[in-house]
Design a binder for this molecule. Structure first.
Ligand code: PMP
Length: 381
């Protein structure tokens, strides 16, 4: 017997990043600048809280929406940091990573005939998520000359005015671009004028190096049409704990929770205890990791400049997105891996608009990063 795989699954290609991981795993002496996760471990206080919760036998499900004390901490945290005002009671849903939140939003708020405008290049899950819902993907390509910021002009020329949902992510994976409140304003105006729902992935909100993060949901008339996603994977280096949260007005989180309660029941309990502690006492550890990312960012940007490789000034997350010195970035990445043992990811793995670019993650220790940049220099110069 062979399984009859559902058409919507068949329609989704495997992730372009995985191929490079698999190649890299087979080789020795590889320095990977390919991964999208911190090289740090979760802060000790968060780990200790997780361990203590296990010792105390706290191994049951939690409320579907997540522990109330965690939601209250999240509500205070996003208010303090980003001026976001969401009620713990019915506007915050704790999820298994931001990934689950994004998936729930698609499934709860996108109908099969809807058009979802996805700002690209982008994180690998956004386009498959639309395909799984049966909706139509409209690609909105940001441009190198705009430093991969989303502009009104690009929204207009890509036909986004007719889309039902706009998916964006700043600070951005893969480009490292960020947008200020001023720069987001025309995007917000456009979404309001065309009555669009906005899914705003703000998982890298704590990792901005040149200006404070502004959430699009804080701009006039946006709160009522926006779902914001965030989580503990990036700033708190807790990827494996699988903990995130979605924030939106009550009717949206209620719809998402209706799916969540049947499919997930509740986000991982141990991770929820770790997250409470992370918000309670780990600001210093987060600030220290951020300072280290910033040092690495400046180093990587200056090394690309030394090599004559054009790389715009990425200002958030932990990625640089230089122009590839070769026409074909996939060929370049493969040759660099084989000849110098450095893994980077071709921009095409992140959808439209990534052609001719490379994603270089600096979530790697400075010594390794120095060696990797020396190898890249040897390869290109
Ligand atoms: N959004 C973006 C932009 C990401 O880069 C990632 C992780 N690489 C995620 C979401 C998924 O995060 P989580 O671990 O919280 O599911």
């Amino acid at each position: 017997m062979t399984f009859d795989i559902a058409d919507r699954v068949d329609a989704v290609p495997p992730s372009g990043i995985r191929r490079f991981f698999e190649l890299a795993e087979e080789m020795d002496d590889i320095i990977s600048l390919g991964v999208g996760e911190p090289d740090f471990s979760a802060p000790w206080a968060a780990r200790d809280a997780a361990i203590a919760s296990l010792e105390q036998g706290k191994t049951s499900y939690t409320a579907n929406r997540g522990r109330r004390d965690l939601r209250e901490k999240i509500s205070d945290h996003v208010d303090d940091r980003y001026d976001l005002d969401y009620a713990a009671e019915d506007e915050i849903l704790v999820t298994a990573g931001a990934s689950e939140g994004i998936d729930l939003a698609y499934r709860a708020l996108v109908d099969p005939d809807d058009t979802v405008a996805v700002v690209q290049p982008c994180y690998v899950s956004y386009v498959p998520g639309v395909i799984f819902t049966g909706g139509n993907v409209l690609s909105v390509e940001t441009r190198r000359e705009d430093e991969f910021k989303l502009t009104r002009e690009v929204l207009e020329s890509s036909g986004a005015a007719d889309a039902d949902v706009l998916v964006l992510c700043y600070p951005n994976n893969p480009t490292g671009a960020t947008m200020t409140g001023e720069e987001l304003r025309p995007v917000a105006d456009f979404a309001r004028e065309h009555d669009m729902t906005v899914f705003s992935d703000e998982i890298y909100a704590d990792l901005t190096y040149e200006h404070e993060h502004t959430s699009i949901a804080t701009l006039p008339g946006m709160r009522e049409r926006t779902v914001v996603f965030n989580g503990f994977s990036k700033a708190y280096a807790m990827t494996g704990m699988r903990l995130g949260y979605a924030m939106a007005p009550p009717e949206a989180t209620a719809a998402m929770n209706r799916i969540h309660q049947y499919t997930m029941l509740s986000a991982p309990t141990t991770a929820q205890y770790a997250a409470i502690e992370a918000l309670e006492s780990c600001d210093d550890v987060v600030a220290d990791m951020k300072a280290q990312y910033d040092r690495r960012r400046k180093f990587v940007l200056s090394r690309f400049a030394d090599m004559g490789i054009d790389c715009f000034r990425a200002s958030g997350a932990f990625y640089a997105f230089p122009e590839c010195p070769w026409d074909d970035a996939s060929e370049f990445a493969e040759a660099l891996l084989h000849e110098e043992g450095v893994a980077v990811v071709p921009g095409t793995a992140f959808g439209e608009g990534g052609e001719g670019q490379l994603r270089v993650s600096y979530a790697t220790g400075l010594d390794e990063l120095k060696e990797a940049m020396a190898r890249i220099e040897r390869f290109v110069v």
